[in-house]
Design a protein around this ligand. Structure first.
Ligand code: PH2
Ligand code: MG
Ligand code: MG
Length: 163
């Protein structure tokens, strides 16, 4: 059965647009991409002394289980060329699972919904472009409501001619 999922993509090293495109290309080999948000240039969150990120959210459908999806997104990161960094540090590509249907998954290395998505304007702005009414299954709040509570000043949409 096809499951609807939302993934967040982030990159702040190398050719960032090319990194997003490469990740989407590989993702589309195993899942049906339904919608892509615009791309945003975003101020670094968590650790500030690093280049700005490009961030984007995608809506997809997949037959993979949450665990299989985690393994797949890790392999996508590896294929795009991600190298180990420190927590919140710079990276060529980061692919995070935001939502998997309305499922709540709590395992050592896999938490769905993504545990910090409600704090992050760089996730909530593009997510709200795709699904403002989606209700967070744990917090019981809509994406648009969560977005109202964060500071989105560091999140700038790239000009469409740049995308
Ligand atoms: N990812 C991080 C840490 N900080 N900041 C922005 N703006 N965008 C990101 O994707 C990001 C971040 C680690 O996952
Ligand atoms: Mg991340
Ligand atoms: Mg990650």
């Amino acid at each position: 059965m096809a499951h609807t999922v939302y993934l967040s993509l982030g990159t702040n090293l190398g050719d960032r647009q090319a990194n997003l495109e490469a990740a989407l290309e590989i993702l589309s080999s195993e899942m049906r991409l339904i919608a892509e948000s615009p791309i945003y240039q975003t101020a670094p969150w968590g650790y500030e002394d690093q280049p700005d990120f490009l961030n984007q959210v995608v809506h997809a459908e997949t037959e993979l289980s949450p665990r299989q999806l985690l393994i797949f997104v890790k392999s996508v990161e590896k294929q795009v060329g991600r190298e180990p960094s420190f927590r919140y540090g710079p990276r060529k590509i980061d692919v995070d699972i935001l939502f998997y249907e309305e499922w709540v998954v709590q395992e050592d290395d896999l938490t769905i919904p993504h545990p910090r998505l409600h704090e992050r304007a760089f996730v909530l702005v593009p997510l709200a472009d795709l699904t403002p009414e989606f209700c967070h299954p744990k917090l019981k709040r809509k994406v648009a409501e969560m977005l109202d509570d964060v500071d989105a000043t560091g999140v700038k949409r790239l000009r469409s001619s740049d995308q």
